[in-house]
Design a protein around this ligand. Sequence first.
Ligand code: ATP
Ligand code: MG
Ligand code: MG
Length: 393
Amino acid sequence: RATLGVMGGGQLGRMFVHAAQRLGYFTAVLEPDAQSPAGLVSHHHIQTSYDDPTGLAKLAALCQAITTEFENVPAQALQTLAQTRPVAPGAAVVGIAQNRIEEKAHFTACAAVSGVSCAPYAVLETPAQLQAVLDDRADLLPGILKTARMGYDGKGQVRVKTAAELAAAWAELGGVACVLEKMLPLTAECSVLVARGWNGQVVSFAPQRNVHVGGILAVTHAYEGNMPLALADRARDAAIAIAHHLGYVGVLCVEFFVVDDGSAHGDLVVNEMAPRPHNSGHYTIDACDASQFDLQVHAMASLPLPQPRQHSPAIMLNLLGDVWFDADGQLREPDWYSVLSLPGVHLHLYGKLDARAGRKMGHLTITGSDVASVRAVARRAAELLALPGLEDI
Ligand code: ATP
Ligand code: MG
Ligand code: MG
C-alpha cells in the first residue's frame, strides 16, 4: 500500500493526512510530540526529533514521497530524505522561505516577471549594518523590525518609530539577523495559493482577503468581489510567477499587502511566502471541489493537478484558544451547539488538548448560496463565540 509522509504533526499535517487517506494512501508523520494533531490520525507516527537520522531513515523507508507541513523543519532533514525519496517542496526552496533575507532577495530577483516588489527594507546582520541604517535610512521609519528566521503570527517582530527605538529593539531581539521593513499604509491583505507539479504545471485558487488581529490571521474572505478584480488578477499572476521562478513543487502560499498609494485600488506589495498549505486556504476544504490539501497530495504523488473550482462563497473564522475561556478567565467548552445550529457552518477542531490564548485550536468555514447570507451567518457565529474582527465581516 502506498504511503505518503509528512514532516511535522500540526493541524496542517492533520488536514494533509485526511486528504491523503481519502485517496486510499497510508500516511506517516514524523513529529516529536506524542499528542500532535497529525500524529493522532496517521497510520504511522514516528515520534522523534525532526533531525534524528534513524527517524528520517524510517520515514524514507515507509514512504513513496514526503512533504513538510511547517517551514521551520530543518532544511538538512529534507535534503537527507531527498537522497532516496521525492521530497516536495524541496530543501532549497524551504530554505529560502525560512529566511526573510533570502526570501526578499528572491522576491526582488523575480520582481520583473512577477510585477510586484516587497516593502522597502534593509538587512541587519551586523552592528555596522545597524549603524548604516541609523545614519542613512530614515526613510524606513516608522518600520517593523523582523527576525530573519523563525517568526510566525507576528512573533519576533517589533514596531519602531525612531532610530533610538530601532537600536533598542535590535538589542532586545538579541542582535540576531533581522530585516527592517518600512511600515506601509495597508488598506487590505490577501494571499494566493498555487500548486505546482513536478512537470511544471500550475493551478491556483482565487486570492483570498485576510484580516489579522494582533498579528494572527482572524478572518479570511473567499468570494467573488472580496477585492478589486484588477488587484486579484495581479496577485494571482505574481504568485504563479514566483512559484515558477523557484521551480517549486507542491502547494505554495504567497501573502500580499494592498497599499494605499493614492490610486483607486491601491498598489500590491509581496509580503512573504509559506512553502506549504496555509491557514488562509482552509476554506478550500468546504468551498472548493479540490482543497489545498488535495492538491498537495496530488502534487507530491505525481497525480494530475486539476484546476480547482470554488462552488460556494466562504468566510473562514479562526478559533484561537481564547475562545475556550469565559469572561472571568475560566476554561470551558465553547457553545458549539448554538454555532452548529447555524446553516452552512463547518467546524474543524484540531484535537489539541490544551487551550492557550493565541493558540490555533480550530476554525469555522461558513459556506452558503450567496455572499450576504454567508456574511450574516459568519457574523452570528463570531458573536456567539466572541471572536475578534467582527467589524470586518
Ligand atoms: P505569519 O503568521 O503570516 O507567518 P509573520 O509573523 O511571518 O506572520 P508577517 O506576515 O511578516 O508576520 O506580518 C504579520 C502582520 O503584520 C501582517 O499580516 C501585517 O498585518 C502586519 N505587517 C507586517 N509587515 C508590515 C509592513 N511592512 N507594513 C504594515 N504592516 C505590516
Ligand atoms: Mg510568516
Ligand atoms: Mg504573514
